[in-house]
Design a protein around this ligand. Structure first.
Ligand code: DC
Length: 234
């Protein structure tokens, strides 16, 4: 059972690197909504697991940790490219959760039932703070099945790998297209075949294929489906 929604939730789901975060951030800005990328919560648990030296196969201990950990998200406090602040026990971990080590372990940890229950509860609590654009894999199917709008953003693995590759190169990082592509395919497989809350398209979702489209085109297409008046924002 979910609590009836008093505020507007726009759920944006889709596979890794489909452009969900960029779209959601622009949408939130345009509409004056809070931006909330739920993937950061699974990333924060994964970081804590690694920092505590816990074996990634130890589901019981990781579930215990997920139930005890204090994770919060807040609007960005710095202009260093972040879209929001991610806090674990009050400590800013916004960038630590984006390391390759976290990338590698997060799909496994986010498939644990107890971890999902703990995170889903926290996501509902945060999502109900006000009008929100929420990004994830199961927002429209599990977290907020009554969301006013559900967008499923898709793109081919090759297009997504190419985008991630370009982002890394632009940041001056060393990157291999082939490695990124196989990591994306591996994560797609884990995310869509796990037993609990797998990545799937909600029945009433609007599907937007982003292959070959610019972010502005995707934003326009998304806005054309929404009947929301932007709040008084710049
Ligand atoms: O979107 P992302 O790459 O930051 O997500 C990190 C991981 O968390 C990814 O393996 C999928 C998982 N995830 C999830 O299972 N459910 C969500 N609502 C968000 C992310």
């Amino acid at each position: 059972m979910t609590t009836p929604l008093l505020s507007i939730v726009i759920a944006i789901d889709g596979p890794a690197a489909s452009g969900k975060s960029t779209l959601a951030e622009k949408l939130a800005k345009k509409l004056g909504f809070f931006y909330f990328d739920t993937g950061v919560m699974y990333r924060a648990v994964t970081l804590a697991v690694m920092e505590h030296g816990i074996n990634v196969d130890d589901e019981d201990l990781i579930t215990k940790l997920a139930n005890e950990i204090d994770i919060d998200v807040q609007p960005p406090s710095k202009q260093d490219g972040r879209m929001m602040d991610v806090l674990v026990e009050g400590k800013d971990v916004t960038w630590e959760i984006r390391t390759p080590g976290v990338d590698q372990n997060v799909s496994k940890i986010s498939a644990y039932a107890g971890v999902r229950t703990a995170m889903t509860n926290q996501q509902r609590r945060i999502g109900m703070r006000g009008d929100v654009v929420m990004v994830g894999r199961d927002i429209g199917t599990v977290v907020f099945p009554d969301a006013e709008y559900k967008i499923y953003l898709d793109a081919s693995p090759e297009e997504r790998a190419n985008r991630r590759y370009k982002e890394k190169i632009a940041r001056g990082e060393i990157a291999s297209y082939q490695e990124i592509l196989s990591s994306i395919k591996r994560r797609d497989k884990i995310d869509s075949t796990r037993t609990i809350a797998p990545l799937k398209i909600a029945q009433d979702a609007i599907i937007i294929d982003t292959d070959g489209k610019t972010i502005e085109e995707v934003l326009e297409e998304t806005l054309s489906h929404l009947h929301i008046k932007p709040k008084n924002v710049g």
